[in-house]
Design a protein around this ligand. Structure first.
Ligand SMILES: [Zn+2]
Length: 856
């Protein structure tokens, strides 16, 4: 030990001496050095240069060379990647696109999921090649001097700066190590961030393991290079090992297909968005315009050109070709093909014949669905389906041109395998900000199981069930294909027909049951079973035909396009998308824009659905307890039917405080004013329906003996514990969802505001009616256990409006009415009825007394 210390001390002293001495003769030394260097280079130049400056050939001699958009070298021993960048590539833009080849749902990364497309510019900075992500959100008119300042305060993203390993100046080529590009999260984040407040026991990925992360496949084409990388995230110990789909929670693989694509050089025509029709867009702000609406939002559309530009109807130069993946069940292929080809009817109106073509992927195909040159209709049977059908496309961010698309479909939606959390959440499903995730399949699944129950209970044939399946499969395919053509949802489309029309089998035959296949409409299951016709859409709707013309018709002039846009006021062109829909409590304002509904008489239609479900509930035991089977099937049908009631109740509730929206432009023929409150008559009708079917003492009463049979089948130890049916909770959930809309601060505020512009259902009347609906029937006598739950929950909600965390969001008017009603409840809840009811009323009084003490 000691000797080492002494040695170290000596070394340190020598170093210090050297440092002090050096500055004295630096110049002289440097001159000496330079001379030495010069001598050396002059005398021994050829030998030295070869070892100092490595050539591309030397660095790639043990590699396999793959030519294409960028030449790629893969080392045959280590698998390491190198890549050539040519001088021609510098300062040029490329498109990067990535999709998940395979992942785990727990990490939100699943097969077929698309990552956002980005524009990458390749530049050279001294001895480095840089990959700079470009900002595509702003437009500057090149004629405006302001365009010289177009980079002001806009940050591009330098995603990689890689050392040039070798340079061939004759050929203008630079060699870089590509492993850093593709084997790290360089192009985009793969491991999801951990949000503050998320449970420490929730599933999470470990750290990216450099040793295990690898390239699985490379495919190089003249216009694109595809690299499949497998990212392995490791952690020595994990709290949450994930579901059965995760084989080893400590080592989780996510496979990603990266594509670098040459920027298309074509005569693609950009089209701008209009609020009256629903296309996906790339949002672009015009920074040199003085308009209030300085938008240049690019709609997503395919580059479809007529072979014969002068012909009224022409085949496209290049059709949109769909491949049915070889994983698709054979008996469904014909129905799927037919669903895709339905869109050709819309394209014909836009001037294109055979715009869509369908082919089947051969079993021995040498390409897979991850290959971006193919648009593939894919089938999976995932352990936990993440989507109901997912129709993503990837576009050129500079123009909006769709470059490719896939459709992911889930087998489970055509089975009776129940995803119970989807039933519970069906009514209050939150909307994903990324509209590309489509839950139609989930919605359809509920609807299919409902139709199945109705058909089974009424003794219809297997043929009828096959028909339902075929029609709904066609509808699902048309919907997802619609997404890949650029269309987003149209949740208002179900306004097209009346109940009488939907009950007229010959009227609806061969039609779309709504204005658009892009809705999540309920299946058409008639209450009067003798009137049953078509269950689902078998053709695209009139809105779809109109929208495709707006996106694809080669217009001769801008006025021709405007004239077509002005047809938005036709009833069959009605449109409202997810941003406007009323799925979640308090979210939007127009009750016509909703999911799981049908007809332009939504309140009556919803009542029909509730009554049909009640009717079926009566005989559910006789119809669905099969000899020799467990009661799992009966339980499933019970939850499907009550779920339908809950969902219909939500639809009705949205009329209270509702305001109809018209997005027509000023002066447009057939236009209404932008905002028109729902009539007093309809709001009252909705309140009465809720009072009767949701809040009344007997609203959720099922035949008592049914409860004894709502039993799950035991499966090992994987069994919901405790297993008894939680009936009160389930009923209260449905009621709470309705209340959370009626008492939402947005709803109450809108009621007061809209009193200024035509709303005749005053806040005071509405809140009084609601109070009566919840108390009047039984508060002076005995209150049953469902109602006790409801009354307490409602009273707590009123108190929350006054003193809870969100009380600041409520208007003074709404708070005054809450206080007024609490005092009325206090008076009404005088001791009476049986012991349980007396206890309940005492609870109410105590809650109000103590709650109001907190009121300042
Ligand atoms: Zn959708």
């Amino acid at each position: 030990m000691k000797t080492i210390s002494i040695w170290r001390l000596r070394a340190l002293l020598l170093l210090l001496v050297a440092i002090f001495v050096m500055p004295l003769n630096t110049d002289a030394q440097n001159r000496k050095k330079d001379k030495k260097k010069k001598d050396k280079t002059e005398t021994a130049a050829p030998v030295k240069k070869a070892s100092e400056k490595k050539t591309i050939a030397a660095l790639t001699k043990s590699s396999k060379k793959m030519d294409g958009l960028f030449t790629i070298y893969q080392d045959t021993i280590t698998g390491d990647l190198q890549m050539l960048i040519s001088e021609n590539d510098l300062n040029k833009e490329f498109i990067h696109f990535a999709q998940i080849a395979d992942g785990v749902l727990e990490a939100g990364r699943f097969r077929g999921a698309y990552n956002p497309t980005q524009v990458i510019k390749i530049t050279k900075h001294f001895n480095k090649i840089e990959f700079i992500k470009q900002n595509t959100s702003f437009y500057f008119d090149p004629k405006s001097p302001l365009s010289k300042a177009k980079d002001a305060n806009i940050s591009n993203g330098n995603i990689a700066s890689l050392k040039i390993e070798a340079h061939d100046s004759k050929k203008g080529l630079y060699l870089i190590k590509a492993s850093d590009l593709f084997l790290k999260e360089t192009f985009g984040q793969i491991k999801p961030p951990r949000f503050p407040g998320s449970s420490p026991t929730s599933f999470s990925l470990g750290s990216l393991d450099k040793n295990k992360t690898k390239v699985n496949a490379i495919k190089n084409y003249p216009d694109n290079v595809n690299i499949t990388a497998e990212y392995v995230y490791s952690s020595p110990s994990v709290l949450n090992r994930g579901s059965n789909a995760v084989t080893d929670g400590r080592n989780v693989s996510i496979k990603v297909n990266h594509s670098l694509i040459a920027m298309p050089d074509n005569d693609y025509e950009v089209r701008f968005d209009d609020p009256r029709v629903g296309y996906f867009t790339r949002q672009v702000d015009d920074q040199t315009s003085t308009k209030t609406t300085a938008y240049r939002d690019l709609i997503h559309r395919w580059h479809l050109k007529k072979k014969d530009p002068n012909a009224e109807l022409s085949e496209p130069v290049e059709p949109i070709t769909w491949w049915i993946e070889n994983t698709t069940p054979i008996q469904w292929r014909e129905t799927i093909k037919n669903g895709v080809l339905q869109w050709n009817k819309a394209f014909e109106k836009a001037g294109f014949k055979n715009a869509m073509v369908v082919k089947i992927q051969p079993d021995d195909a040498d390409w897979d669905a991850g290959d971006i040159r193919y648009n593939v209709l894919r089938w999976t049977s995932s352990p936990r389906p993440p989507f109901g059908g997912y129709g993503p496309s990837f576009v050129n961010p500079r123009t909006g041109q769709i470059l490719g698309a896939d459709i992911m479909l889930e087998y489970v939606h055509f089975t009776n395998r129940v995803l119970y959390d989807k039933i519970y959440n069906n009514a209050s499903m939150t909307i994903n900000e990324d509209f590309k995730y489509c839950s139609l399949g989930h919605e359809l699944h509920q609807e299919l199981m409902f139709a199945n129950a109705v058909v089974t209970a009424t003794g219809a044939s297997d043929l009828e069930m096959e028909r339902i399946k075929k029609e709904s499969m066609t509808a699902l395919i048309m919907h997802e294909v619609g997404h890949t053509l650029g269309l987003n949802h149209n949740m208002k489309a179900s306004q097209l027909f009346s109940r009488a029309q939907l009950n007229d089998a010959s009227f609806i035959e061969g039609k779309c049951l709504t204005a658009s296949v892009m809705d999540y409409a309920a299946l058409n299951v008639t209450k009067d079973r003798s009137k049953q016709g078509q269950y689902d859409d078998v053709a695209v709707g009139p809105y779809d035909v109109w929208a495709i013309q707006l996106g694809y018709k080669p217009f001769k002039s801008e006025s021709e396009r405007q004239a077509l846009l002005n047809e938005s006021t036709k009833p069959e062109h009605i449109f409202g998308n997810d941003a406007d829909d009323m799925r979640s409590p308090g979210k939007a304002i127009d009750p016509r824009v909703n999911v799981s509904d049908q007809s332009n008489e939504q309140i009556e239609w919803s009542i029909d659905r509730i009554e049909l479900s009640d009717q079926l509930l009566k005989d559910v035991k006789t119809n669905f307890a099969k000899e020799g089977d467990s009661y799992e099937e009966l339980k499933r049908v019970y939850f499907i039917l009550t779920g339908q009631k809950g969902s219909a109740a939500n639809t009705i509730s949205r009329f209270i405080g509702g305001v109809y929206v018209d997005r027509a432009m000023a002066g447009q023929t057939g236009a209404n004013q932008p905002y028109t409150p729902v009539s007093l008559e309809d709001q009252k009708k909705a309140m009465n329906a809720l009072s009767r079917y949701v809040f009344a003492p007997n609203a959720f009463e099922a035949p008592n003996e049914l409860y004894n049979y709502l039993a799950s089948q035991r499966r090992g130890f994987n069994f919901r514990s405790p297993e008894d049916p939680k009936i009160h909770n389930q009923v209260l959930d449905y009621q709470k969802r309705v209340l959370s809309h009626l008492l939402h601060y947005n709803t109450l505020q809108r009621i007061t505001d809209s009193e200024l512009y035509g709303n005749d259902y005053k806040l005071s009347s509405m809140m009084t009616d609601l109070n009566n609906a919840i108390f009047k029937a039984d508060i002076s006598g005995s209150v049953n256990s469902f109602r006790q739950n409801l009354q307490l929950e409602y009273t707590e909600m009123l108190l929350d409006m006054l003193t809870g965390k969100i009380s600041t969001k409520y208007t003074h008017n709404a708070k005054s009415m809450a206080l007024y009603n609490l005092k009325r409840i206090r008076t009404m809840a005088a001791p009476s009825g049986n012991i349980a009811s007396r206890a309940h009323k005492e609870h109410l009084r105590t809650l109000i007394d103590n709650g109001l003490k907190e009121l300042k």
